[in-house]
Ligand binder design. Structure first.
Ligand code: HPA
Length: 265
């Protein structure tokens, strides 16, 4: 894997003469932020050696490099979910590539179901901790000491100071993100159980990304858009259509928060 990472990084560096400081992994509805990048340079995933890419038509995947909110960024347009069949190691590979490209901070956004009844669809939650209910760890397998230790500490998984700086501009609720495998949504009994375990929101992404990033010393800030109340909270079925609609409805507010997060990074 180490050789592959280096080969991939070499290819990207040869193509794009730009060193990013901050990475962005954008969830549903926020991909358009990549179009706001100044002096952008892009590379399609499928062109990059060893890089995962979706073979599903209509699934765009590319790295976009350039300046956003005055910061040097690389955006991952298109992410890798375990429910698609990707292994957690693939996500680790992508994060390690970002690390080798120079990324020191990472903003991750996602869509999530609201478990905490004080939340409502459209709220943006600043994630303060996670529960890994995917029971898969991207760090499983040989450890590469140059990236991080075999048993990395996860007691402060998100960058508290960065979070505090963002809170000076936006008074956002904070919460615990529970990651599940998906792709089926949860049952009402599961959601009741997750609430008892201390989760505020639930989603199908983000956690492998944070674990890999934390391992190699990348500081993370995670923003969850509550696109729906989780199963059983309201007397209605869940639909992906609703998730997409709400994500689109709040995209202006959400993008302002992401741009501010970059500014205060
Ligand atoms: N559950 C899991 N993932 C989600 C949800 C949900 O209710 N909404 C958006 N992503």
């Amino acid at each position: 894997m180490k050789e592959k990472i280096l080969q991939t990084v070499e290819y990207i560096r040869a193509k794009v003469d730009f060193k990013p400081d901050i990475g962005l992994i954008l969830g549903s509805g926020l991909g358009f932020l990549a179009d706001k990048i100044e002096d952008s340079n892009e590379i399609a995933y499928e062109e990059i050696p060893n890089f995962p890419h979706s073979t599903v038509a209509g699934h765009e995947g590319k790295l976009v490099f350039g300046k956003l909110s005055g910061k040097r960024v690389v955006v991952l347009k298109g992410r890798f979910h375990l429910y698609e069949g990707w292994s957690p190691e693939v996500i680790k590979f992508v994060i390690y590539v970002l690390n080798k490209l120079g990324v020191k901070k990472l903003i991750i956004t996602n869509a999530a179901g609201g478990i905490n009844k004080l939340l409502k669809p459209g709220d943006i939650v600043l994630v303060k901790d996670i529960i890994n209910f995917q029971f898969k760890n991207p760090l499983r397998g040989p450890n590469y000491e140059e990236f991080g230790p075999r048993f990395p500490d996860m007691s402060t998984i998100l960058d508290k100071e960065w979070t505090e700086r963002l809170k000076e501009s936006f008074d956002l609720p904070q919460g615990v993100y529970m990651a599940v495998l998906g792709p089926s949504y949860e049952t009402p009994a599961e959601i009741r159980a997750f609430r008892k375990l201390g989760a505020d929101v639930v989603g199908m992404s983000t956690v492998p990304e944070i674990i890999a990033a934390k391992h190699c010393g990348i500081d993370c800030l995670v923003l969850s858009c509550v696109t729906n109340m989780a199963a059983g909270v309201l007397d209605q079925p869940l639909s992906h259509k609703e998730v997409v609609e709400v994500a689109n409805r709040v995209k202006d507010k959400f993008s302002k928060i992401v741009l501010k997060s970059l500014e205060v990074a």
